[in-house]
Design a protein around this ligand. Structure first.
Ligand code: SF4
Length: 697
């Protein structure tokens, strides 16, 4: 092991071939920084573009970033790049992003990235302990749920190892499956890829340092400044309710930790302090459990959990012994966001029994996690329920299968219904179970339902290419719509919606927009949209750059970037260069915010041209960048740009694409990067390949 100091990067990755058992160490291409960018580059270099998700030739690139393991705030995220089984019509390159402690342990074991390739002959798990890397048999663990599988692997390796596993859904090659780290940190859509390689899990332990190039005092000062820029979860920077220490409040805000609230299930219960603005109290700001489940969650709240090096900690730990006894589940649930919220979407009649939301969340999230099932931001629920409400299941399933399903329990809002139908999906039981576990358009194709039926229907929230919408026109008008077409799965981006839902009034947001993107018109009040313009699309380019960049650095996209902050004295203006300052301090490589934005766009562009090769497309606007019909509808038939509607205008959306592609250096008709642009982003090496394949001139 080298004694040289490792500033951010360990300088090496691990390549594990499950077919041959060969384990090698390879140098890190630091020019690509880390995370998704390393993954895209490895795919470009090594994986034929027509490879499909479950082919042996598919690879899995697990990569945090140079900030991971340093203690930089919110730097505990890891990207996992592979061919995505949920994309449509073919499996295209994509990345899952998960938290927990996977990335930090990788770095402490001495690795910037791990490439898994090939396919084991029988179930295995991989154990990495610094230099010692073993492929171990996992026949005795195959078939176990994620909770027990992780516990068994910890028992057999080390109690301090970070363990990531798949559940039965991944073993059964469901596209709608996850990998899961540290109980509840999931990477969606890729459990089946691990399953296709007979890979049950990955355990990592290590005890090597990651160094910081800056001196200690400078580093501490910078980290404290970064903490001052943090709000509550999703970077909301004002309180939820009126509070003596805040100028504004907003019901959008996740800053709900206030006097009078209590972590009621802690032992003894803990009162939320008055001044959660103080850095030492910031973990009290957020209670995602209350945000998604309502005020009654406080009485069940034990504490917050979260990813490595995160002072916000958005995973509520919820204790509910009554629900545990009633449904035979564990009294403790740890989850956040979609995991807590989405199970209720299985119950359209919940409005008649709103008090049942917590038990539904507890039963649903525990079962989904243990089975390793992915709901793809509620798409699973919406598909299942729209198929039910519109009579498709009754028409398409045999009478015997239809009658065996717990429809009455669903109608009656009974959480135990999930204990019946979720295992059917994870184990591919019947037509119902088999096809719900596929991606939406594959299921629709199978049942002979035109995909357009779904993409025109607002209830489904289906977007295109196999994925649902993720913060689109309901959160950021045209910007959200174009953004949702920029990767092959949903964009997993929050830099836009964090800002528009920061809780700040529009006049403050416009001030920040002017300072950051040059003009107030870069942002609109949600639901009071104005026609598109260059500043909105400039902000879009920035959001794309930062989204990719955060996935390269290992930063959490719910908390970064920090162009705004809770500081009313400075009119809430933050520091858009904070990522660059932290990066430079850690690595000793001086970069500005603009430099890093270029790195982000460079990586995004590499995945785009790789996707062109996969689709054989020389016109991405026609073949890839597709928006659904429902964005052009309104329940009250209000016209676009009328206050109160988020309805979009087709010409305006087209114009948004035109402006954006021109700005970023693509041909505006095709959305394909020009050769000059590819050269400017140091992507010269892709030009001859694209030319040879007839995709560019
Ligand atoms: S805010 Fe939540 S997802 Fe982000 S780093 Fe913290 S715990 Fe992880």
């Amino acid at each position: 092991m080298s004694e040289a100091k490792k500033y951010g990067w360990t300088g090496q990755g691990l390549r594990i071939n499950l077919t041959t058992g060969e384990i090698t160490k390879v140098p890190t291409q630091k020019d690509w920084i880390g995370g998704t960018a390393l993954g895209y580059k490895i795919f470009w270099d090594e994986v034929p573009p027509k490879t499909q998700a479950f082919d042996e030739a598919n690879k899995i690139v697990i990569a945090p970033g140079p900030l991971t393991g340093t203690g930089a705030v919110c730097s505990g995220r890891t990207s996992v790049t592979t061919m995505y089984p949920t994309t449509y019509p073919i499996h295209e390159i994509g990345s899952a992003h998960l938290g927990g402690d996977l990335g930090a342990k990788m770095k402490y074991a001495g690795y910037d990235f791990i490439v898994i390739e090939g396919k084991a002959k029988e179930p295995v798990y991989v154990y990495v302990n610094n230099d010692d890397v073993q492929i171990r048999k996992a026949n005795h663990i195959w078939g176990e749920g994620t909770r027990r599988a992780a516990a068994l692997i910890n028992q057999e390796t080390s109690p301090t190892a970070s363990v990531t596993v798949i559940g039965p859904a991944g073993e059964n090659l469901l596209p709608m499956s996850v990998i899961i780290n540290a109980k509840s940190h999931t990477g969606g859509g890729i459990g089946g890829v691990w399953g296709s390689k007979n890979l049950k899990g990955l355990a990592i332990d290590g005890d090597q340092p990651i160094h910081i190039a800056a001196d200690k005092e400078e580093w501490e000062k910078l980290v404290n400044r970064n903490k001052e820029l943090l709000g509550a979860l999703t970077q909301t920077v004002v309180s939820r309710y009126p509070h003596p220490l805040f100028e504004y409040h907003s019901l959008n805000s996740r800053w709900s930790g206030m006097p009078g609230k209590q972590w009621g299930a802690a032992n003894p219960p803990i009162n939320v302090p008055l001044d959660t603005r103080r850095l030492s109290k910031m973990a009290f700001r957020t209670n995602a459990g209350e945000f998604f489940l309502g005020d009654r969650e406080w009485a069940r709240h034990v504490r917050n959990n979260g990813c490595f090096a995160c002072p916000i900690r958005c995973y509520p730990v919820i204790k509910d012994t009554a629900t545990a006894a009633k449904y035979n589940v564990h009294p403790i649930t740890e989850q956040t966001c979609g995991g807590l919220l989405f199970p209720i979407f299985f119950y359209p009649n919940l409005k008649n029994h709103p008090e049942r939301n917590i038990e539904i969340a507890i039963v649903g999230s525990q079962l989904m996690d243990d089975l390793g099932l992915w709901c793809n931001y509620g798409q699973l629920q919406r598909d299942m329920i729209v198929m039910y409400q519109d009579g498709y299941w009754k028409k398409l399933l045999s009478k015997e299968e239809y009658d065996s399903l717990p429809w009455k329990k669903i109608d009656d809002v009974d959480a135990s219904a999930m204990q019946d139908f979720l295992p059917r999906i994870a184990y591919r039981k019947g037509e119902f179970g088999k096809w719900l576990g596929e991606t939406t358009p594959v299921m629709l194709d199978h049942f002979g339902i035109p995909v357009k039926t779904w993409s025109d229907d607002h209830r489904t929230l289906y977007w295109s290419n196999g994925h649902p919408k993720h913060h689109t026109n309901e959160d950021d008008g045209q910007l959200g719509c174009v953004l949702n077409c920029m990767w092959n799965r949903d964009p997993m981006a929050h830099a836009h919606v964090n800002f528009t839902r920061s809780g700040l009034p529009i006049k403050e947001m416009k001030h920040i927009a002017k300072v950051t993107w040059g003009d107030e018109s870069a942002v609109d009040q949600i639901g009071d949209y104005t026609p598109t313009n260059t500043y909105k699309m400039k902000r879009l380019q920035w959001v794309i750059a930062r989204t990719e960049l955060h996935n390269m650095l290992g930063l959490c996209s719910w908390m970064a970037p920090w162009e705004y902050c809770p500081d009313e004295k400075n009119q809430y203006v933050g520091d858009p260069n904070m990522e660059a300052k932290i990066f430079s301090a850690v690595t000793g490589v001086n970069k500005t915010g603009d430099d890093l934005d270029k790195d982000g766009i460079r990586a995004w562009m590499l995945q785009r041209v790789y996707t062109m090769r996969q689709l054989g497309s020389s016109n991405m606007r026609k073949d890839h960048d597709l928006v659904p019909g429902w964005i052009y509808t309104d329940p009250k038939d209000r016209k676009p740009f009328t206050k109160g509607t988020v309805r979009m205008d087709p010409d305006d959306i087209n114009k948004s694409f035109d402006i954006f592609f021109e700005q970023v250096g693509c041909d505006k008709e095709t959305g394909v990067p020009t050769t000059d642009t590819l050269k400017a982003y140091r992507l010269d090496f892709v030009i001859p390949v694209l030319q040879k394949e007839g995709l560019i001139k």
